[in-house]
Design a binder for this molecule. Structure first.
Ligand SMILES: N[C@@H](CCC(=O)N[C@@H](CS)C(=O)NCC(=O)O)C(=O)O
Length: 210
């Protein structure tokens, strides 16, 4: 049994989507970020960085395993289940390439765009513009990549898509609401519909139920 510590945010949805897709048994523990639960000692004992998602796998080889960082969690769950990450070779390398690209690019840039637009105490137009434009640039790169096979790795549906989907699905309507000129991105829009129609994705995106 796996314990999932999460909240209603894109990084959290990566883990709940993966657990649903892989058919692993898990229990959800909501970590209310608005109330500061991520800073409490019982949670930072599991996630020393004080961020969700985190998991505890009580059945891990060698004893219970605590794991933070959504990318590491996706790789671990894929290896545990033997699904959505090829075991070796070029297809594995390409899956990890686009997973790392999400972790280092789309997530942080979109997260900063959202922060500077909605939460910074004083508006800093340069920061809003820089992070919004960088996110849009990354979405254009993704659109081109999705033209290869329809999925993020350029091959089959994988943990790269599970990492990318929650951020892209969250940010597209936000950009539209802000009046940002989002390019057509036809491959990306088709991929959003295809991935968003997967029952496991819909279940994962609805968690935690709060
Ligand atoms: N690199 C981390 C980032 C995790 C992260 O920033 N999580 C956010 C929610 S999406 C969080 O816990 N925020 C709480 C806070 O900023 O105090 C990962 O991918 O797991």
């Amino acid at each position: 049994m796996i314990d999932l510590y999460t909240w209603t945010t894109p990084n959290g949805w990566k883990a709940s989507i993966a657990l649903e897709e892989m058919g692993l048994d898990y229990t959800v523990h909501p970590v209310n970020l608005g109330e500061g639960a991520q800073h409490e000692a019982d949670f930072t004992a599991i996630s020393p960085n004080g961020r969700i998602p985190a998991i505890v796998d009580r059945d891990a080889e060698g004893g219970p395993l605590t794991l933070m960082e959504s990318g590491a969690i996706l790789v671990y769950l894929a290896e545990k289940s033997g699904k959505f990450l090829p075991p070796s070779g070029a297809a594995r390398a390409k899956t990890l390439e686009w997973l790392m690209w999400q972790m280092g690019g789309v997530g942080p840039m979109a997260g900063q765009a959202y922060f500077f637009k909605t939460s910074a105490p004083d508006p800093i137009p340069y920061a809003i513009e820089r992070y919004t434009n960088e996110t849009l640039r990354l979405l254009s790169v993704l659109d081109k990549q999705l033209g290869r096979s329809g999925y993020g790795s350029g091959g089959d549906y994988s943990i790269a898509d599970m990492a990318l989907y929650p951020w892209v699905a969250a940010m597209m309507p936000v950009f539209e609401e802000w009046g940002v000129a989002v390019p057509p991105l036809p491959n990306l829009r088709t991929w959003l519909e295809t991935v968003g129609a997967r029952p496991a994705v819909q279940k994962g995106m609805a968690l935690p139920a709060v």
